[in-house]
Ligand binder design. Structure first.
Ligand code: PEP
Length: 246
């Protein structure tokens, strides 16, 4: 399966940050993996213009389930497509925690985003308390079951395992812990969707120095990267590690 290195810029970046995209495209002009950056909405169009004709794909960080209407501050899937996006991250733990997003709402968003033609990156992951209680697999399995709509298009689905306690903390699970979750995800998705071809990303404090160890794991097909995607050098190092693992 071709790897995917996806960057989530979160609420970071203004026009001057686009120089990082130029540097990234210079550093990795034709990588042996897919690359995606999900900038804040204000940069989508400008980044898409820079990415045109290159290998870089552009994505949103969230979308509303409705097509249009009285939803101040929200963005529809069609608007993301209009701005040049091909992907959207949905169900990120920061959306779930900061905006109270439920699995049911995430499922509605996946349906809307796929109907608009977007590839959806569904994020799942346990909190530290849930892991300490021995409930990581149960929590993640429940999120998969409830966040995936019945009509999900497996060909437009990527799943990212992002332990909440590893995001932005510099802490990462052990390779065994990552493998346990990714193997369980692979089995559950194969059962539910009848395909073993869903790309599974790991996310949570991935950086150039730990990427090779993570990408060597079976059933890890790439990464969703926050902080280390903001700097071209760091993200290029992660892309190089993914290429080497392919
Ligand atoms: C994320 O929030 O998706 C993420 C993985 O962040 P970081 O790489 O900074 O831990």
């Amino acid at each position: 399966m071709r790897g995917l290195a996806a960057g989530n810029w979160k609420m970071n970046g203004t026009g001057e940050s686009l120089s990082e995209i130029k540097a990234l495209l210079d550093a990795a002009p034709s990588p042996e993996c897919d690359i995606l950056i999900c900038p804040p909405a204000t940069l989508l169009s400008r980044m898409a213009a820079l990415a045109e004709g290159t290998v870089l794909k552009i994505g949103g960080q969230d979308c509303h389930a409705a097509g249009s209407g009285a939803h101040t501050g929200d963005i529809s899937a069609a608007m993301l497509v209009d701005a040049g996006a091909s992907h959207v991250i949905l169900g990120h733990s920061e959306r779930r925690a900061n905006h109270g997003e439920t699995d049911a709402q995430v499922a509605e968003k996946i349906t809307a985003a796929q109907a608009a033609g977007l590839t959806t990156i569904l994020c799942v992951g346990e909190t530290e308390a849930e892991r300490d209680a021995g409930r990581a697999l149960e929590v993640i399995g429940g999120q998969i079951d409830s966040s995936l709509p019945d009509d999900v298009d497996a060909a437009r689905l990527v799943v990212a395992y992002e332990p909440v306690w590893a995001i932005g903390t510099g802490r990462t699970p052990t390779p065994d812990q990552i493998s346990e979750v990714h193997d369980a995800l692979r089995a559950r998705l194969s059962d539910r969707l009848g395909t073993g071809q869903i790309r599974l990303l790991y996310g949570g404090s991935v950086k150039p120095s730990n990427a090779a160890e993570i990408f060597a794991l079976h059933n890890v097909n790439g990464a969703l990267v926050g902080g280390a995607s903001l700097k071209a050098d760091d993200f290029a190092g992660i892309i190089a590690a993914l290429e080497a693992a392919s």
